[in-house]
Design a protein around this ligand. Structure first.
Ligand code: BG6
Length: 480
């Protein structure tokens, strides 16, 4: 069982932000609770807001309590005793120099500590932080160091290159951990391992048997006061460039006998995806925005009414994309990806629909395999069985398993942090992966941003835009 065995210092940039409070503090607390942290470690929160150490510890404790519901107060108190706060400007090297002194003070009696800098800040400040980490000697070559950068790395291919160049100036590639939290989810990793461990399933994944694949990441949440991040981003850039493409890769990548080659195989698969030839990009991509609606019994605002959103914003909160792949065994299989906010329910799902059965037209549906990763998680194989009687009539037969995590279950950020501390990059993105993903996404993104590209609407709480149903029907399919 993987634990953090070496002493470490974690510097968290963006320490008062949404991601830190929602995911990172609860993840670190879980590691403390499960006794997966060493005795010697320190976590230093860095952000612009002035705050005392006590106020910071309070903020951390509150975010853990909010997320976990019930906590072990003794463990929580011990955990926050490892934390302190450092207020500073991301572009002020002097603030980093004082931070360095603080870190050295903590590490005084430790043997070979690992230093980790976690950038959970808006992408605009990445380059200043990276630059200052080096200029202030917080990063010095020869000592174990990891820089963890949350997705999105950049805003498009060009801005990604700026961040990449800055990273390369100062860090070795083995020190860079580009984080897509979906790759820390057990259920997402399991897409690959289900194939690996089940030759029977793997044999079914073949272009001669498959009609099409759907990858959906549907959310009921809205933008949750994150207009500052979401307005310049939108769902297409936020979800497709990273999470959705990665799920596609795990499904189509070459199986390898050693995890050592997983990254390489994932990249190979990513490179095989391409935009199918079409008369217009409107045929392969679609965008929409939520209007006021009802989430259950509750009336909810439309996107344009959300705090911080421009009243005439054309940003998408829903998008769909058609893709093709040249991956061996998958060539010619159409892929349909979609993601949206403020939909009826949260569900992350891969559905593989197989070709029509021979008995088509006799009350049968095509066979289908659903791998539901989030929401009502489970794996469901949809078959048909004869009703019985003299007529060849059929009824659906569903084989299913809830795909619950029974083992050493850790939240995604906890698992990824442990792996980063241990120096294992397998489930982090490589530069080449991020580059390839932006290359694929950029032309579509540019098209969606044009004033002339339609922006459809859908009521909050609905199953999505009617236009998306019509769009997929044009391809002879329907969303499942
Ligand atoms: C993040 C996006 O990367 O993933 C968010 O920035 C999105 O907009 C989130 O809501 C979804 O993650 P999860 O783990 O809730 O499926």
């Amino acid at each position: 069982m993987l634990s953090a065995s070496k002493p470490f210092t974690l510097i968290l940039f963006g320490a008062s932000g949404h991601l830190a409070q929602l995911k990172i503090y609860p993840a670190l607390y879980t590691l403390a609770l499960k006794k997966r942290l060493p005795d010697a470690y320190t976590i230093i929160g860095f952000a612009r807001t002035a705050m005392t150490d006590d106020a910071f510890k309070n903020l951390v404790s509150e975010s853990v309590r909010r997320d976990m519901g019930t906590v072990n107060e003794e463990v929580l108190a011990e955990f926050v005793s490892h934390m302190s706060y450092h207020a500073g400007q991301y572009d002020a090297v002097d603030d980093f120099a004082t931070l360095e002194k603080k870190i050295s003070g903590h590490e005084k009696n430790w043997q070979n500590p690992v230093r980790l800098a976690y950038l959970s800040t808006p992408p605009e400040v990445f380059t200043s932080v990276l630059h200052n980490l080096c200029d202030s000697n917080i990063h010095v070559s020869g000592k174990e160091f990891r820089v963890i950068v949350e997705k999105p790395v950049g805003h498009d291919l060009e801005s990604y290159h700026v961040v990449r160049d800055e990273l390369k100036k100062c860090f070795e590639e083995h020190e860079v951990y580009l984080l897509d939290h979906y790759l820390g989810k057990e259920a997402v990793r399991n897409i690959y391992y289900l194939r690996y461990a089940n030759p029977v399933v793997e044999r079914l994944f073949k272009n001669t048997l498959i009609h099409h694949v759907e990858i959906s990441a549907l959310e009921n949440a809205g933008i949750e006061n994150r207009a500052g991040y979401f307005e310049p981003s939108g769902t297409f850039r936020d979800m497709f460039q990273s999470h959705l493409l990665m799920m596609g890769c795990l499904l189509t990548m070459r199986l390898r006998d050693s995890d050592e080659f997983i990254r390489e195989s994932r990249l190979e698969a990513l490179k095989q995806f391409y935009l199918p030839p079409a008369k217009s990009l409107d045929d392969i991509a679609l965008q929409a925005q939520y209007s006021p609606g009802m989430m259950g019994e509750e009336p909810v605002a439309g996107y344009l009414q959300e705090k911080g959103v421009a009243p005439d914003s054309r940003q998408n909160t829903y998008a769909a994309l058609a893709l093709s792949t040249r991956a061996s065994r998958w060539e010619g299989v159409p892929f349909f990806l979609r993601s949206g906010k403020r939909l009826q329910k949260k569900e992350t799902r891969i559905t593989i629909e197989f070709n029509e059965p021979r008995v088509a037209g006799k009350n049968t549906e095509p066979n289908r395999l659903d791998i539901i990763l989030q929401g009502e998680a489970g794996m469901r194989l949809h078959l048909q069985t004869k009703v019985g009687g003299t007529e060849p009539q059929f009824r659906p037969l569903v084989l299913e398993d809830p795909l619950v995590c029974y083992g050493d279950c850790l939240p995604e950020h906890a698992l990824l942090l442990l792996e980063a501390i241990a120096g294992n990059q397998t489930w982090f993105l490589s530069f080449e992966e991020v580059n390839t993903a932006w290359r694929l996404i950029d032309p579509v993104q540019a098209h969606l941003q044009k004033e002339s590209t339609p922006l459809h609407t859908y009521p909050a709480g609905s199953t999505g835009p009617a236009a998306a149903d019509a769009w997929i029907q044009k391809n002879g399919m329907k969303w499942l």
